[in-house]
Design a binder for this molecule. Structure first.
Ligand code: HEM
Length: 557
């Protein structure tokens, strides 16, 4: 994003608009404080030199120090506010709404804490965006600076696409993720280090084998075998979580954690440690600087175990690669094999593997769970997908659909898009301004003017809220209606996988997996019925999940 420097344009902006009331107030306060400071300083000098000459008393000294500190503080903060409004006007920007009566961000923090406890944070933030304005700012105690919250597609485009270079992954988030993902991870790096990480990972995702349906099928068969066939209720979310742990470990190491199968102890422990770590880094990211000061022994232990688990596979696969050097491998595809070809040291490979696990497991579980939650109360959608399954005429469960056949199942793919719209697993995301910059929309009384953003400001964009905007998706935006995708062609209004240069690398892998699992389950089972009277609450951690799980019963086909 470019910063406005054209003096003519600036003059015309200033010439045509009266000074904003807030800008006027900030300038008046700054001028008044500067004048008051100068008068007080002169009075002090006069007092010491002429009225009461000699060594100053202890009281006088303390008063002088106190006045100086107060002067520096007020002068600096008023100067910053004055500059902010001046820069804003110079760039043709206008003020945005603020979370009210909260100069230090304490109210915002308490409000968020209350809604985290009640599992209503996403709805609360969505409500604030409707009532305060689609772009507003707030402080969050004790973090320094401002956060801008937005669900404006144009702002999302500016941050992720057109103004990409102005925005980094926030330092606070990096600090929260470091203990688990390491310093080489694609999620803890910006700039050249991120580019290197992405370049190492990308080739492993463009191979055909990403859609290794045979591998997936083995795990889905185990899932199908574990589902009760007598109509008793079970938590599908828990089972899907086991499935994605097994599939992604198989994809990465060529060896599965096999939690749905023989469930070896170290695989189970890896799964448990991973759950604990995700919850803890979500809390660390949310609570900010305070948690960084506290050591967390459980997190340390889990990280040490997971690192050792992953490193064991790196050593094994590296030595296998050495043994088969020069042979044309007819071996099954393995992500780790591809990574080792980059020649990066083991520590870097380990960080990449942990990142892929983090990126791929809970996101995929989240979408599948939400999709099946909707299916459990929408027999019409189940029937429509089953018609498509039958139309392929594959006969029994022995035959696999091809990747192209899955892609061409129109209704199935609409249902997946709709699940991603109402339940984007990365429900909110953030970036930090690396320089002063401008957002295209959100300022002024009508929220249509550009917004000035100072370096260090955090922007939190909310796909969850944006995907539910009635002015974008219509009055039925909160309803699960796959048919809407017949005509919808959104761009930055729909970003479940992010967009721009940092778009999700595993998008195809995830979509194939979700489509295939749904295909197989709806082939193997005739009906899905919801078996839970509790409200379906979306819990918000690093990724969304369902607070009480997804209790259903299924009838075999
Ligand atoms: C439905 C499932 C998924 C969703 C909704 C999803 C969503 C996202 C989102 C929103 C981001 C951007 C994060 C950010 O920049 O702050 C992202 C990045 C990423 N995702 Fe996914 N993801 C999914 C599945 C996967 C899978 C299965 C993998 C790998 C096997 C994966 C690998 C990655 C990687 C490596 C990045 C980092 C890209 C970068 O920073 O350059 N994702 N994903």
């Amino acid at each position: 994003m470019t910063f406005e420097t054209n003096p003519e344009k600036m003059a015309s902006v200033n010439g045509h608009t009266k000074m904003e009331p807030l800008q006027e107030k900030a300038t008046q306060r700054y001028v008044f404080a500067t004048a008051a400071g100068a008068v007080l300083a002169a009075a002090l000098v006069l007092d010491v030199l002429y009225l009461r000459p000699g060594a100053p008393s202890t009281g006088q000294s303390w008063l002088t120090v106190g006045l100086m500190l107060w002067g520096v503080y007020t002068q600096t903060s008023l100067r910053d506010t004055h500059r902010y409004y001046s820069d804003m006007a110079r760039n043709g920007c206008r003020p945005i709404p603020s979370f009210p009566h909260d100069p230090l961000g304490v109210r915002f923090l308490l409000d968020a804490a209350r809604h985290i406890k009640a599992h209503t944070l996403l709805a609360r933030w969505s409500g604030l965006l409707s009532s305060l304005g689609h772009t507003f700012r707030h402080r969050t105690f004790p973090n320094p600076g401002y956060t801008i919250a937005t669900d404006e597609p144009d702002n999302v485009r500016a941050v992720l696409g057109t103004g990409f270079d102005d925005w980094d992954i926030p330092r606070l988030r990096i600090r929260a993720f470091l203990p688990v993902l390491g310093r080489h991870s694609i999620f803890t790096t910006n700039g050249d280090a991120w580019r290197r990480a992405r370049a190492s990972l990308r080739p492993a995702f463009v191979r055909d084998q990403v859609a290794d349906l045979h591998c997936l099928d083995r795990h889905v068969a185990r899932l199908v075998a574990r589902i009760p066939r007598d109509g008793s209720a079970f938590d599908l979310q828990a089972m899907l979580s086991m499935l994605t742990t097994d599939t992604i470990s198989d994809f990465m190491f060529g060896r599965s954690t096999d939690i749905l199968g023989s469930a070896p102890e170290d695989g189970l422990r890896f799964g448990r440690c991973f759950d604990v770590s995700m919850q803890k880094i979500a809390d660390r990211a949310r609570l900010g600087w305070l948690t960084m000061l506290l050591r967390d022994r459980e997190l340390d232990e889990c990280t040490a175990f997971m690192n050792a688990y992953v490193e064991k596979y790196i050593v094994e696969v590296r030595s296998e690669q050495g043994e088969t050097e020069g042979e044309d491998d007819g071996k099954r595809y393995m992500f780790l094999n591809e990574l080792l070809r980059t020649g990066e040291p083991d520590e870097v490979i380990r960080d990449h593997l942990m990142s892929i696990f983090t990126a791929g497991r809970d996101t995929t579980t989240s979408v599948l769970t939400y999709l099946f939650f909707e299916l459990s109360r929408r027999p019409d959608v189940v029937a429509a997908i089953q018609r498509e399954v039958r139309d392929l005429d594959l006969g029994d469960m022995e035959q696999l659909p091809t990747w192209e056949q899955l892609r061409n199942m129109k209704y199935l793919n609409w249902a997946i898009k709709e699940a991603l719209r109402l339940n984007p697993p990365v429900a909110t995301n953030a970036r930090e301004a690396v320089r002063d910059t401008v957002l295209p929309i959100g300022g002024g009384p009508d929220g249509k003017s550009p917004v000035f953003v100072t370096k260090g400001t955090i922007i939190r964009y909310l796909p969850w809220a944006m995907h539910r905007r009635h002015d974008i998706y219509g009055d039925d935006a909160d309803e699960f209606r796959p048919e809407r995708w017949e005509v919808l062609r959104p761009t930055y209004e729909y970003v479940p996988f992010n967009a721009g240069p940092r778009i999700c690398v595993g998008q195809q892998f995830a979509l194939t997996q979700i489509a295939f699992v749904t295909f197989r389950l709806l082939q193997a089972f005739q009906t899905i019925e919801r078996k839970d009277d509790r409200p379906p609450i979306q819990k918000f951690g690093i990724n969304t999940s369902m607070l009480y799980g997804c209790w259903v019963s299924m009838t075999p086909a």
